[in-house]
Design a protein around this ligand. Structure first.
Ligand code: PCA
Length: 188
């Protein structure tokens, strides 16, 4: 069997919550300035419950990736975190960038309570740590737009392997971007 050439879709988010920047959006520019031995597509997504997923969906249909790496900012975390699971629940503390606040409700009625991400995150953990990047596995992506996006993606795309990485809110991004770069290069 011939192996598919590696095609990785990496997404990041626009700034939100009054911030001037979002590390995950900056990541996309950083990645585009590097060269890799795989085909890379990046997609900057709005922090919107309504429009982020349709844009991701369009990018997946157009690019037909072998791997999907969704990223977002987790301001209060100090390590790169690899998300293991998305939950079928949304409870926003702040409005999204469209002014919409979804409170205490299921993302998809009649769908599973939780869905595991579909990339080998233990291997990814080792790759990032090998690059000197403080990294750990997380079992909650929160109850906001990031978890909402992962859940919708996982429920529609069981056979396009992907996961979500939260980037800390530190001002120095380089070590975290290096960790993500090591993860992308190591993906089989
Ligand atoms: N982080 C938010 C949404 C956009 C982002 O970068 C979250 O963790 O849900």
């Amino acid at each position: 069997m011939t192996k598919l050439p590696k095609k990785i879709l990496v997404t990041g988010f626009e700034p939100f919550d009054g911030d001037q920047e979002n590390a995950s959006g900056i990541l996309l520019e950083w990645l585009k300035s590097k060269s890799f031995n795989f085909e890379l597509r990046t997609e900057l997504l709005p922090v919107s419950f309504t429009t982020a997923y349709p844009l991701l969906n369009k990018a997946i249909e157009e690019f037909n990736p072998t791997h999907v790496i969704l990223t977002g900012l987790a301001k209060n975390r100090t390590e790169l975190t690899l998300e293991r699971i998305a939950i079928n629940w949304v409870d926003a503390r702040i409005p999204d960038n469209d002014g919409l606040t979804l409170k205490s409700q299921k993302i998809k009625e009649g769908s599973e309570d939780g869905l595991f991400t579909t990339l080998p995150i233990e291997r990814m953990l080792n790759a990032a740590k090998g690059a000197g990047c403080p990294t750990k596995i997380s079992t909650t992506a929160g109850e906001y737009v990031c978890n909402h996006l992962i859940y919708l993606y996982l429920s529609d795309y069981r056979f396009v392997a992907g996961t979500f990485i939260h980037i800390p809110g530190a001002t120095e991004h380089e070590i975290f971007f290096q960790g993500i770069s090591a993860i992308l290069s190591d993906l089989a």
